[in-house]
Design a protein around this ligand. Sequence first.
Ligand code: G1P
Length: 276
Amino acid sequence: MIKKCLFPAAGYGTRFLPATKAIPKEMLPVLTKPLLQYGVEEAIDAGLTTMAIVTGRGKRAIEDHFDISYELEHQIQGTDKEHYLKEIRAVIDKCTFSYTRQIEMKGLGHAILTGETLIGNEPFAVILADDLCDNHEGHGVLLQMVKLYEKYKCSIVAVEEIPMQDSKKYGVIAGEFIEDDVVRVSHMVEKPAPEDAPSNLAIIGRYILTPDIFEILQNTAPGKGGEIQITDALLAQAKQGKVIGYKFKGKRFDCGSVDGFVSATNYFYAKSEIEN
Ligand code: G1P
């Protein structure tokens, strides 16, 4: 059973400066909800109850968001504005939050290793909140992956087909299809040039990892960009046949880029218009 979800959230968000000068990029809202809350809700929908967040300097707004604001509650209690807090209250009621700080930014692999103290020795999920995913017929991407974990009991990366020229933005996998949408991964490369990419299947920010990944990460040398890459650590597991790539059902937006953020905003706005 997977109970814990790790959220690496220590990055600077330089692509969104000046907005992210004093506000964590994970707190930027799509409509009225911060990116990180979408991720936490996806984890809750997948049955996870413990949210482990790796933060950094200047990220205290994250902790305040997933807490009660007594002053605010008091102000709006009994008014017609109370419903605005309904969703975040439901989130706080359903799960617990723990935090640790990444002192130095040494890459996604390093951020995940920093979270070991919150995860311990059990399989866990990872959500990168700036990859915003909408569910497929009520099934969130992480829920689909948790179900797949019950079958394969190994690390899983969510993958999506990308245009070859975008390979430099992603970890790219190669392997053999063992089901319609499931690949047994044999190779993976972090941000290859298009001519070096082993396929057009890119990893997006949803992972299920078995806890042996921590020891592998401790022994993983800095890779692309001089950073410790989760892709490199996963390659060690893949070489033993222990990584699955899953072509998820649903929609994903790269909210780490302004274009993707605008598309997500338009998409969720149109969706909310239909729902109301
Ligand atoms: C990270 C990973 C990359 C993955 C991507 C998904 O890169 O290193 O393998 O494809 O997330 O969003 P980043 O976007 O943090 O540079």
